[in-house]
Design a protein around this ligand. Structure first.
Ligand SMILES: [Zn+2]
Length: 203
């Protein structure tokens, strides 16, 4: 009964916010093959969406929080890990976003090689825009502030600064692979197995 499920989801969502003490209880969403839908941004849903999806029978619950929500007729523990019942193929070409450029370059400056948190990194146009360079996967690399300043509007051969790796469009697989080395800030205990089971085999 999808409509009943939706109504219940709404009913549960409404008025339980206070009871949950302001905590958010996000659910990690796995594809039907039990891998996360995406590493960045990590595929998580609000508990309201997770509860609705459970009632619509679109997902299986793999793990739960201690906390439960109540409606007049039933009680449900909030799901912490859910898996889609239908497999969603991943996008073939990754989006050209800030984050994905950093992820492709593994959060390290492509000129001096230093690793930095994302807020200390900048983008550098290998061929400067003022010299006709475009904003594309092939011409944008991750750079630390000092290197970016030093390179300014010069061509690589003018300043002898060449990117460590020739920039190109990464595949979704390459980004997923890099993503495993950069865990997000918030990780519920119940998510760890699903996020790390394959990376632990490599170490
Ligand atoms: Zn640098």
């Amino acid at each position: 009964m999808p409509d009943g499920g939706m109504a219940l989801g709404n009913q549960l969502a409404h008025g339980t916010q206070l009871a949950l003490g302001g905590q958010t209880f996000p659910a990690l969403v796995l594809n039907a093959d039990f891998r996360p839908l995406s590493y960045f941004p990590l595929s998580i849903w609000s508990w309201q969406d997770a509860v609705k999806a459970v009632w619509l029978d679109r997902v299986s619950v793999l793990s739960e929080y201690e906390t439960a929500v109540h409606s007049p007729r039933m009680t449900m523990r909030l799901p912490s890990v859910i898996a889609l019942k239908e497999y969603i193929p991943s996008a073939r070409r990754p989006a050209f976003t800030r984050f994905n450029v950093f992820l492709r370059d593994e959060f390290s400056c492509q000129y001096c090689g230093v690793d930095r948190p994302s807020h200390d990194l900048t983008f550098d146009h290998v061929i400067p825009r003022s010299r006709g360079g475009r904003t594309t996967w092939e011409n944008v690399v991750t750079a630390c502030g000092p290197c970016n300043l030093r390179k300014a509007a010069m061509l690589p051969k003018e300043c002898r600064m060449y990117p460590r790796q020739t920039p190109r469009q990464p595949t979704s697989w390459e980004l997923q692979d890099n993503g495993r080395s950069f865990p997000p800030n918030y990780l519920h205990e119940s998510w760890r197995d699903y996020l790390y089971w394959d990376s632990e085999l490599e170490s």
